[in-house]
Design a protein. Structure first.
Length: 366
């Protein structure tokens, strides 16, 4: 018995690993494209790009694991059935539920992994990603200023560079400060250098002038300078990272929102539903795996193969996933529907187990 269990588990484990790595890799590559502009604009290194993209992996893996488990179980049991191994095992006295037991062991491991990801790794990755993006976005000393283009590193700062010399210094520089729209400031310089200091990033400009318009008095003040230091740190966003999104919160933060915070009050239902979603989602791992098993070995034996059953199993799995998303969306609008988030995977498991029951053999009467 133990040998059979381990054998079936191995048959499921390797396609599970392959499907997880393949699907995760594809989605990871598509998600990483949204970081390219930020990498280029902020002049970040390749390891920074990898770090940012790795932070989204927990969210991707949490979505992939149940689907990968379904695909792995469907492939493994179809292969065992096609090679007549299921017939041999059934003849040896193994019931359908006993044959499904190794897959349930695998699903238990997947379910535990999903709880670890959803309850700990995903919120940690999401909040770290946001904090890192905030840091890079406000790192004006590391920004990449393009030649011949009006660069806007922040909402109130525009920088134009005619060209760069061999040392990397900027030539023909225009800086427009519009923090005070009633009194904007424009600075022109022959040469400028962007440097980091202990006091923050600075733009050192040489041989230029500073022009400030007073809209109220309709006057222009003009200051010529040989050297001018512009404090770029004052242009950075100092308002903080704002409201913490549901994906960035741990479970206790979702179920105990700050009712003194207006955003938490307005998004109360969304926070509560997100907490229940993280508790209910791992239940789909055994549910989908049981669907895969039932679609192959459930019901009466069919000598024509399992093609129609495989299609039916895939259709049911998709339907269950769609139903899960629909129930989640409805629960945000109507919190009393939250129990349905748990009921869908539980009923799915019950139906699949029922489909795996042994057929009743009727005795023929003379």
């Amino acid at each position: 018995m133990r040998g059979v269990v381990l054998y079936i588990m191995r048959q499921i484990a390797w396609p599970l690993g392959f499907a997880t790595l393949t699907l995760t890799g594809v989605i990871w590559l598509t998600q990483s494209l949204r970081f390219i502009d930020r990498i280029v604009n902020n002049n970040l290194a390749f390891d920074d790009f990898l770090y940012l993209t790795m932070l989204v992996l927990p969210s991707i893996v949490a979505i992939i694991l149940p689907v990968a488990g379904f695909c792995a179980a469907l492939y493994a049991f179809h292969r065992l059935a096609s090679d007549s191994e299921m017939i041999v095992l059934s003849a040896a006295g193994f019931s359908r539920l006993s044959l499904a037991r190794p897959a349930l062991y695998i699903s238990a491991v997947v379910m535990v992994a999903m709880y670890v990801i959803l309850l700990f790794l995903m919120p940690l990755g999401s909040r770290t990603l946001r904090a890192t993006q905030y840091e890079f976005r406000n790192d004006l000393a590391g920004m990449a200023l393009l030649e011949g283009v009006f660069n806007t590193p922040t909402a109130n700062l525009t920088v134009y560079i005619r060209e760069r010399d061999s040392n990397g210094d900027m030539l023909g520089v225009l800086v427009h400060d519009n923090r005070n729209s009633a009194s904007p400031v424009t600075m022109l310089a022959e040469r400028a250098t962007l440097v980091r200091t202990d006091l923050g990033p600075r733009l050192y400009m040489v041989n230029g002038n500073r022009q400030q318009v007073d809209a109220e008095h309709k006057s222009l003040s003009l200051l010529y300078f040989d050297n001018y230091s512009l404090d770029l740190d004052s242009y950075a966003n100092k308002e903080g990272q704002g409201w913490r999104e549901p994906s960035e919160r741990y479970l206790h933060e979702l179920f105990n929102p700050d009712m003194s915070n207006a955003d938490d009050v307005n998004q109360y239902a969304k926070l509560i539903v997100e907490g229940h979603r993280r508790l209910a989602t791992p239940l789909y791992a055994p549910a989908l795996i049981l669907i895969a098993i039932a679609s192959v070995i459930g019901g009466e034996f069919n000598r024509r193969g399992h093609g129609q059953r495989l299609i039916l199993g895939a259709a049911i799995a998709i339907l269950v996933q769609v139903l899960s998303l629909s129930v989640t969306q409805l629960s945000v609008k109507n919190l009393p529907l939250v129990p349905l988030m748990y009921l869908v995977p539980v009923l799915t498991m019950a139906a699949a187990i029922y489909a795996l029951r042994e057929p009743v053999r009727r005795l023929r009467t003379a």
